[in-house]
Design a protein around this ligand. Structure first.
Ligand SMILES: [Zn+2]
Length: 449
């Protein structure tokens, strides 16, 4: 089994018991973290100089619709309704399996490039079983740790998304058997049902019971714009359907009682605050979550409209929460909530992401025995030197250009600032071919410039 030692880096384990180190080594032992500490000895290990690096756990994205990878920035100014009409109503129905594959592949590779080591693929492009197979094939090829959250077909927008009476497809049973019979692999399976506000109570109940029968986690959109104000999650809660196996995305327009139900039942939350703020989901409920002890995870959501890295996510949720608290202070209010710190949000982007993806026993901190999902961030670049506060610089000062190396389960996927084993010319060709096909077939008009 191969051993690699990352030598002399500033190590942020983000493990409370282990602490962080101004200078230490990280031993990667096969697929796992073998040890963390100063002056580790491992005679047989390959040595990688980390002296100009911050070494930390990879970032974790808890919700992204990566089939839309071929549609990056295609709807930069869209509000939610326009997104529904154009992306889900016009473009998605013409997708072929190879288009879903191309979207998934480019989005996964972009995630790795940005230091993301785990991503939940919220995959509602299951137009045929072949589409599902194509999505999974791209996830496997990318080398990213993924949660494949199996969603609905997207052939008919009104039928699936407006008070839909269509039940979730049962092809998930085949997929579970065919691809997910082992727990010892990079991919895990989840169910991505429409939220109760997009369907009837009976269908939502059916879908959630289907996930539990198969034994997979649920990732669901709730509290989205006006639809989220109908109290439908509350009805699910009263029926005893909420549980710790569920991640609730957005939650912007849920009532306080509904948020409390999530907290009381051990649920987790995924915020995509840049998207929520600009597309009209509602104000990201960061403070309302924190008030109830819900430490959120972060998610990119849609690359049609926002960038695909977690640096932007961390800064967005941090500045929003601080703006809201500071506004109250300026208004003379007292007994204010604590303002978020860099340490809070770096944890949202790592360990809280691991929890929301059901993987906190495996990833999210650099703890010996966990999987070696590790990133190295360059500190000798003109955008960040000199390094004064290592956590602060990751959250406030860095971007994807600082991501030097990415290891997933000990496998290097990016080294020296370059993705490994990726034929960029091939990926580019696939993406442009699929984009041209989908846009042409649907008669979608690219934005004017
Ligand atoms: Zn979403």
């Amino acid at each position: 089994m191969s051993r690699t030692i990352l030598k002399g880096g500033c190590v942020l384990t983000l493990d409370g018991a282990l602490g962080n180190f101004r200078e230490a080594d990280v031993l990667i032992d096969g697929t796992k973290i073998g040890a963390v500490g100063p002056n580790l000895q491992a005679a047989d290990a390959e040595v990688i100089d980390a002296s100009e690096m911050i070494v930390m756990p990879g970032f974790i994205d808890t919700h992204r619709h990566i089939w839309e990878g071929i549609l990056r920035n295609i709807a930069p100014d869209a509000l939610l309704d326009e997104y529904f009409v154009n992306i889900l109503g016009v473009l998605a129905p013409v997708y072929r399996p190879q288009d879903a594959y191309a979207g998934n592949l480019v989005s996964c590779l972009g995630a790795i490039d940005a230091g993301i080591t785990t991503l939940l693929d919220w995959s509602h492009i299951q137009n045929t079983p072949e589409h599902s197979d194509a999505c999974i094939s791209a996830l496997k090829e990318s080398g990213l740790r993924c949660v494949f959250a199996y969603g609905t077909p997207n052939l008919d927008m009104p039928a699936w998304w407006h008070d839909s009476k269509l039940k979730h497809p049962h092809d998930i049973r085949r997929i579970a058997k065919q691809y997910f019979s082992s727990g010892d692999q990079l991919m895990t399976l989840a169910l991505a049902p429409r939220g109760p506000e997009f369907t009837t109570f009976d269908v939502a109940k059916h879908d959630w019971e289907l996930a539990r029968e198969i034994g997979v986690r649920i990732s669901v959109h709730v509290g989205v714009g006006l639809a989220g104000k109908q109290g439908k999650l509350g009805a699910m809660g009263k029926a005893g359907l909420l549980g710790p196996d569920t991640t609730y995305i957005h939650c912007c327009t849920l009532s306080d009682d509904e948020l409390q139900m999530i907290a009381d039942t051990g649920g987790t939350v995924s915020l995509a605050s840049p998207i929520e703020m600009q597309m009209g989901h509602g104000t990201p409920p960061i403070q309302r979550c924190l008030d109830r002890g819900l430490r959120p995870s972060l998610s990119v959501d849609v690359e049609t409209t926002m960038c695909g890295d977690l640096f932007a996510q961390m800064r967005s949720v941090l500045t929003l929460q601080r703006a809201m608290v500071n506004e109250q202070r300026l208004a003379g209010k007292e007994r204010l909530p604590d303002i978020l710190t860099s340490r809070d949000v770096i944890e949202f982007a790592t360990i809280q992401g691991a929890r929301a993806n059901g993987l906190d026993s495996k990833v999210g901190t650099l703890t010996p025995g966990k999987e070696a999902d590790v990133i190295m961030l360059r500190t000798d670049r003109i955008n960040v030197l000199p390094i004064n506060d290592p956590i602060g610089v990751v959250v406030r000062g860095m971007d994807s250009s600082n991501v030097d190396s990415v290891f997933v389960a000990g496998q290097p996927r990016k080294r020296n600032g370059k993705l490994l084993n990726v034929d960029l010319a091939r990926v580019s060709k696939l993406v442009y071919e699929s984009r041209d096909y989908v846009v042409g077939k649907s008669n979608f008009k690219l934005p004017a410039i």
